[in-house]
Write a protein that binds this ligand. Structure first.
Ligand code: PEP
Ligand code: MN
Length: 350
């Protein structure tokens, strides 16, 4: 329920009502606004009705939250959420670019990649240390060794880093060695994993499940936020449809829809969304145009040698060219193309 207070309600009135909500065993939310204060109460609505808050002299109106997801809904928090990774502010005027290999293969590979993605304009280095592969015989990732490589390369280049967490047992290591945690498509509904990352304050990139509806995706995000971690980014990475010409169908409707319904930032993944190298650039541009807050793109120093997702990996030249081509799209969408050099320069200068 959303409780809108009268314009002249005081801080003490808000406190009194919040205390009542909490005492009834409901979760109170305090959202002070410029013109008026809005309060929220999450939990059993019958209990809330029993509190008779509409008869309180400072309550203007009470509205139900219509969506199933509450904390991630704009009904409760209309303002855009900005998730800070370090250099990168996802959901702000800065358009966030994450680039790197599907899998971390060696320190040399990751460092070389980090240098060129940084030069091209990315501020976040991606790379999997734990790879959830469809076949048990495919490369499974370097594990903790890969995380250490990512940490080292992140330190050396100053880039933010993101890697996928597959198993709760690795949470502490992933949180220690990287700036943000990716929850992969195959784990979108792994509720114990969602609650585990919800107990941290690490930024989380939650990828849409292969056959998840938007509502299921937003409810998965709600798990993380409801557990206590508000730093959540949503990722549209394509869904499985009847179409087999491409690996997945990148659902850009979802981007516009989620931006309308939720305050969480949205990242588009045109690499997994298409699975086809030549389609990554056009769909990256489409992602910017439909309102995404950032992109996550796979690239490899030698795509043919990539141990995973080789068919969708961009070469260093393709990645650099795409960044140049994206600039006017980013500016036209009202965002800024900010490189790590711009941000680090400003930081060192101040
Ligand atoms: C990945 O980012 O390499 C990955 C495995 O993504 P997804 O979970 O979207 O398949
Ligand atoms: Mn991949």
């Amino acid at each position: 329920m959303i409780i809108i207070l009268k314009a002249n309600a005081s801080e003490a009135d808000a406190k009194e009502i919040l205390n009542k909500i909490e005492a009834a065993g409901l979760q109170p939310l305090h959202m002070p606004g410029v013109e008026r204060t809005v309060l929220g109460a999450l939990g059993d609505e019958r209990v809330l009705q029993g509190l008779n808050l509409d008869s309180h002299p400072q309550v203007e109106s009470i509205k139900p939250v219509l969506s199933q997801y509450k904390l991630v809904s704009r009904e409760i928090y209309p303002q855009d959420t900005v998730v800070n990774l370090g250099l990168t502010s996802v959901g702000s005027s800065q358009f966030a670019i994450m680039g790197g290999p599907c899998a971390i293969e060696s320190e040399e590979q990751l460092l070389e990649t980090a240098k060129y993605v940084k030069k091209a304009g990315a501020t976040v280095l991606r790379g999997g240390a734990f790879k959830p592969r469809t076949s048990p015989y495919s490369f499974q990732g370097l594990g903790v060794e890969g995380l250490k490589i990512m940490h080292q390369v992140g330190q050396e280049t100053g880039l933010d880093t993101i890697t996928e967490l597959v198993d709760i047992k690795d949470l502490d290591d992933v949180a220690r060695y990287t700036s943000a945690i990716q929850i992969g498509a195959r784990n979108m509904q792994n509720y114990s994993l969602l609650k585990a990352v919800g107990e941290t304050q690490k930024p989380v990139l939650l990828k849409r499940g292969l056959s998840a509806t938007i509502e299921e995706l937003l409810l998965a995000a709600e798990y993380i936020v409801a557990t206590g971690n508000p730093h959540v980014m949503i990722c549209e990475r394509g869904i499985r449809t009847f179409e087999t010409a491409t690996r997945n169908t990148l659902d850009l409707n979802a981007v516009a829809y989620i931006k309308e319904k939720s305050h969480l930032p949205v990242i588009v993944d045109p690499s997994h969304g298409t699975g086809v190298r030549s389609l990554v650039a056009p769909m990256a541009k489409a992602g910017v145009a439909c309102g995404a807050d950032g992109l996550i793109i796979e690239c490899h120093r030698n795509p043919r040698e990539s141990v995973s997702d080789a068919a969708q990996a961009l070469s260093p030249g393709d990645f650099t060219e795409l960044m140049q081509q994206l600039k006017p799209f980013i500016i036209a969408s009202g965002r800024q193309f900010v490189t790590a050099y711009d941000l680090q320069g400003a930081r060192y200068a101040s």
